[in-house]
Design a protein around this ligand. Structure first.
Ligand code: TYM
Length: 334
């Protein structure tokens, strides 16, 4: 079945192995299925929900774009652009915010996590961020959205907004409630320092994550220092449920080698972590170093990256502004 794919990544610092395994690796395989049409967005409007430095933000937009390309996204096959170049996202987001309900937003766990204890001081943007995400998706009639597990609730909200709009305005097929594409395994890569928390850009310890632009030495060092437990590796998948670090490291190995977890478990059963970590480090370096080198090479030609985004935005704008015009007619503005 042909799919219309949309997904986004925030340009807020280095992309890491979680972003790669949970999202970008899938962006590439979806793109390489000729039945699909894919749009991948550097969501810079989302990034400003927390304070950004202007120079850093510009640099991060380019770096995220370079990471897309270095990971295998092809601007000739997919539309690649940054959100702020297409005004329809902000405009659509306003109209959808009049459809979304406070009660729905109040349930968003990511807001609670990100806002922390002092919600009063969080930006309003951070609170309504999932509505902007819904606009991103719905403006392109995306049927499928590849994301990691942490975005599941936001996608459910997008579906709720689509359904409520269609019902309220009696336009049953106008917005397409999108299907999440979340992998059964590896949709939540965990911190290297604590197998019970997600690998994240915002973790203060750089040792908790492998960044896509880490050098081979950094990768080897981080894997060497990764937290483990005292037992040898198990011979049965069921034993992993209370061994989060072992589960995470074996999962990373399985995903990056494109082999089933069971096969990896059989291969390393009974071995100690130091032996496994050596092979894991070799594999991660093999997979990530070429991406890292390519990111650095691409970043030397800023015009090349900027042109990809501008050309992508022109294509995106045609699709999204047409949907906005239709939306305006339905609402009664035109
Ligand atoms: P962001 O920028 O936080 O993350 C980008 C993608 O990476 C996935 N991800 C992970 N997957 C597995 N393990 C992890 N540790 C991990 N950390 C991050 C995320 O699930 C995501 O798929 N709101 C979104 C961006 C967005 C978007 C959209 C996505 C904006 N508009 C429309 C899809 C469709 C976000 O902040 O992702």
């Amino acid at each position: 079945m042909s799919k219309k794919i949309f997904s986004g990544v925030q340009p807020t610092g280095n992309l890491h192995l979680g972003n790669y395994i949970g999202a970008i690796k899938n962006f590439v395989s979806l793109q390489n299925d000729p039945d699909n049409s894919c749009i991948y967005c550097v969501v810079d409007l989302h990034a400003i929900t927390v304070k950004q430095n202007a120079v850093e933000l510009k640099k991060n937009i380019r770096e995220t774009t370079a990471a897309f390309i270095a990971s295998g996204l092809d601007y000739k096959k997919s539309i690649i652009f940054n959100q702020s170049l297409v005004p329809a996202h902000a405009e659509g987001s306003w109209m959808l915010s009049c459809v979304a309900r406070m009660g729905w937003l109040n349930r968003m766990t990511q807001f609670k996590e990100k806002a922390g204890k002092d919600k009063e001081k969080a930006s309003v943007g951070l609170y309504i961020y999932p509505i902007l995400m819904a606009a991103d998706i719905l403006l392109y009639d995306a049927t499928h959205v590849p994301v990691g597990e942490d975005q599941k609730q936001h996608l459910e909200l997008s579906r709720d907004i689509a359904n409520k709009f269609n019902l309220d305005f009696n336009v049953p097929d106008f917005f397409i409630p999108p299907e999440p594409l979340i992998q059964k395994k590896f949709s939540r890569i965990m911190s290297l320092k604590d197998g019970t928390v997600k690998m994240s850009k915002s973790d203060p310890s750089d040792l908790s994550r492998i960044n896509l632009n880490d050098s081979s030495d950094q990768i080897i060092n981080k894997i060497k220092k990764a937290k483990t437990d005292a037992e040898p590796l198990p011979d049965d998948e069921n034993e992993l449920s209370n061994r989060p670090e072992a589960e995470n490291l074996l999962g990373i190995y399985s995903s990056l080698s494109d082999q089933k977890l069971n096969k990896i478990i059989n291969e390393f059963a009974g071995k100690n972590f130091s032996e496994f970590k050596k092979q894991l480090a070799t594999l991660v370096v093999d997979k990530i170093s070429p991406i890292s080198l390519e990111i650095n090479k691409l970043l030397k030609d800023e015009k090349f990256i900027d042109d990809i985004l501008i050309q992508g935005a022109e294509k995106a704008n045609i699709i999204a502004s047409k949907k906005i015009q239709d939306l305006k007619k339905i609402i009664g503005f035109k």
